[in-house]
Design a protein around this ligand. Structure first.
Ligand SMILES: Cc1ncc(COP(=O)(O)O)c(C=O)c1O
Length: 367
């Protein structure tokens, strides 16, 4: 170990990004959109780059035009937001780190409920912030008694919830939402709505009316901009101002800001893909339910989570962990990349053709 490194960093395993993948793979492991931007939107962006962006100049460090456009988009769902309610990050990953720096660094712990998005824990660890993980019940809900006890016994500064959760695809229940609403004002509630466009369920009204709530969203999923790394936070101005203080000055390149603006300007065309994905989700869910070797859970997102059934395990002669590894690695050999995480398999929905190939490949493995 390098003697000048912090122990937490030396011990940490680096996040393993999506490996570079050769063409024949179906990439169903990161919940991206399976469809690229339409040609005309790409052409508009290319033209914008040539005619408007000065490569020698720093980007707009205040994200003025983008914040206004995001506020208008957020307001379409009912609650009225202005640019002051928005902070923009280099992916919502950056906003998660900014929130941690602004709240729990040297100041307390965070609460998560696994299986959930791993970056909350990973980023907290890089900052030396303790992570209290309360787990989930068999149907992936939060045990509210366990959550309440964790809150009483630890100096929790932030509670992270995904709505709908990844990898399990369930939205927060009304009881869970009510529990979050009664948390004291010195605990920040982070609602990560990375999959909002698929679930159409939002708690933005809470983030605008409560000083200790923030909603995170991303352009990496339904808006098809994973390559551009744009995420945003919606909160009261007191919190967005704090996020502006801790971020890097020019955190979002000019081209990414232009891409997010173009995506918002073309949103009705881009989001038509969501309807196709939802039909695909129905087809995939029905098919998975018919497979006696698998137990899928209902999904409100663009992915489906499943485990092997007792019958499936008996058929393979393996325990759950071995069985999941078997299915994951055989699917990979056949050209379908999914995610094995949290004791289950998370299958992102792809194009109709990719989804059909996935079903065929699963059938080959499980009969
Ligand atoms: C729940 C959740 N939040 C945040 C992110 C990261 O989004 P971004 O690409 O904006 O950093 C992801 C990515 O998979 C996610 O699943």
């Amino acid at each position: 170990m390098l003697p000048f490194l912090r122990t937490e960093v030396a011990r940490l395993k680096a996040y393993q990004p999506h490996p570079p993948i050769a063409e024949p793979y179906d990439q169903l492991d990161t919940n991206e959109s399976p469809v690229d931007l339409p040609e005309d939107v790409k052409a508009t962006l290319a033209q914008h780059y040539q005619q408007t962006i000065a490569a020698n100049r720093y980007p707009d460090g205040g994200h003025g035009a983008l914040k206004q456009a995001i506020a208008a988009y957020v307001s379409e769902a009912g609650a009225r937001a202005t640019a002051d309610n928005i902070s923009v990050g280099n992916g919502s990953d950056e906003l998660i780190r900014s929130l941690l720096i602004a709240t729990a660094l040297n100041n307390g712990a965070i609460l998560v409920a696994s299986p959930t998005f791993s970056m909350y824990g990973i980023l907290a660890q890089t900052l030396g912030i303790p992570v209290i993980d309360i787990g989930r019940t068999d149907d992936f809900c939060i045990n509210l008694d366990v959550a309440q006890t964790a809150l009483q016994e630890n100096a929790i500064r932030v509670v992270f919830m995904v709505h709908p959760n990844s990898p399990t695809a369930n939205a927060l229940s009304q009881d869970e939402i009510e529990w979050l609403r009664q948390l004291p004002s010195d605990v920040l509630v982070v609602i990560d709505e990375a999959y909002f466009e698929f679930s159409q369920q939002t708690l933005v009204a809470d983030s605008l009316s409560r000083s200790n709530w923030v909603v995170l969203r991303t352009f990496s999923k339904a808006f098809r901009l994973a390559a551009h790394r744009v995420g945003y936070a919606v909160a009261q101005p007191g919190l967005t101002a704090a996020l502006e203080k801790v971020r890097l000055p020019y955190n979002l390149p000019s081209f990414s800001q232009a891409a997010a603006l173009a995506a918002l300007n073309h949103r009705s065309a881009l989001l038509t893909e969501v309807d196709i994905m939802m039909q695909e989700r129905q087809t995939m869910a029905t098919w998975l339910e018919q497979q006696s070797a698998l137990v899928p859970w209902p999904s409100t997102a663009n992915f489906i989570y499943c485990r092997l059934s007792t019958k499936g395990l008996a058929q393979l002669g393996l325990d759950q962990a071995e069985g999941l590894h078997h299915v994951f690695s055989h699917l990979r050999q056949q050209g379908t990349l999914i995610r094995s995480t949290g004791g289950g398999l998370r299958i992102s929905l792809g194009t109709p053709q990719e989804n059909q190939r996935t079903r065929t490949n699963i059938q080959t493995i499980l009969g």
